[in-house]
Design a protein around this ligand. Structure first.
Ligand code: SF4
Ligand code: SF4
Length: 195
């Protein structure tokens, strides 16, 4: 991937701390994100996530869908009743900052991959360009290309491994429920809630 003026400008963006991305969008996560969050917070995996079924208003990452006995689902970070991310404290920000998901580390940039999971482009996140949220990031010092790409490459690797696990799960004939899926990923499940 070549660095051009547009990409240099993107990398200069610094967070305006408005918290909109922690309130108003779904945060996609992988099993690797979840391992870090469980370790950091001591909260069980089943309480940290929720599943959603396909909805025409949701962003459709086709390959992230997995089959459960009651239909196709995708996994995202759980939210509070008011819609805030479970880790957002309005006074102090993210209380799981050190273990925040890769999606949060990369935002507001969207990393574009090709079929082989190679990074081919960087763009401003679609939820900003389509005005789902108003992001107050502005061009300041930002981050270096090398620092950003280190995170982007790790995210790409973890996402590819997660897709591999989903493929494996989807190839089973008996797909089970949410807790069965989490156990399949290697997590201990403490609640009896199945959806
Ligand atoms: S929406 Fe943009 S400015 Fe607001 S917290 Fe998220 S990254 Fe920062
Ligand atoms: S994990 Fe932290 S940074 Fe990510 S959405 Fe939640 S509060 Fe925001």
């Amino acid at each position: 991937m070549k660095i051009n003026k547009r990409i240099s400008k993107l990398l200069k963006l610094e967070c305006g701390q408005c918290s909109s991305c922690c309130r108003d969008i779904q945060v996609d996560i992988t099993d690797a994100d979840l391992i870090r969050l469980v370790k950091h917070t001591g909260i069980s995996a089943d309480r940290l996530v929720r599943l959603y079924g396909h909805n025409k208003n949701d962003r459709d990452i086709e390959s992230d869908w997995f089959n459960l006995s009651y239909g196709k689902r995708a996994i995202v970070l759980n939210k509070k009743r008011n819609g805030d991310c479970i880790f957002l404290e309005r006074d102090s920000g993210c209380i799981a900052y050190e273990a925040r998901p890769m999606t949060c580390r990369i935002f507001p940039i969207c990393v574009v991959y090709d079929e082989d999971h190679d990074i081919v482009n960087l763009e401003k996140s679609e939820v900003i360009t389509d005005k789902t949220i108003t992001c107050t990031c502005s061009g300041k010092t930002g981050q270096t290309y090398e620092d950003f790409m280190t995170i982007a490459r790790q995210a790409r690797k973890e996402h590819a491994l997660f897709l591999h696990m989903i493929d494996k799960w989807n190839s089973q004939t008996d797909n089970g429920n949410k807790n069965d899926f989490l156990r399949f990923l290697g997590f201990k499940v403490l609640t009896h809630t199945s959806k």
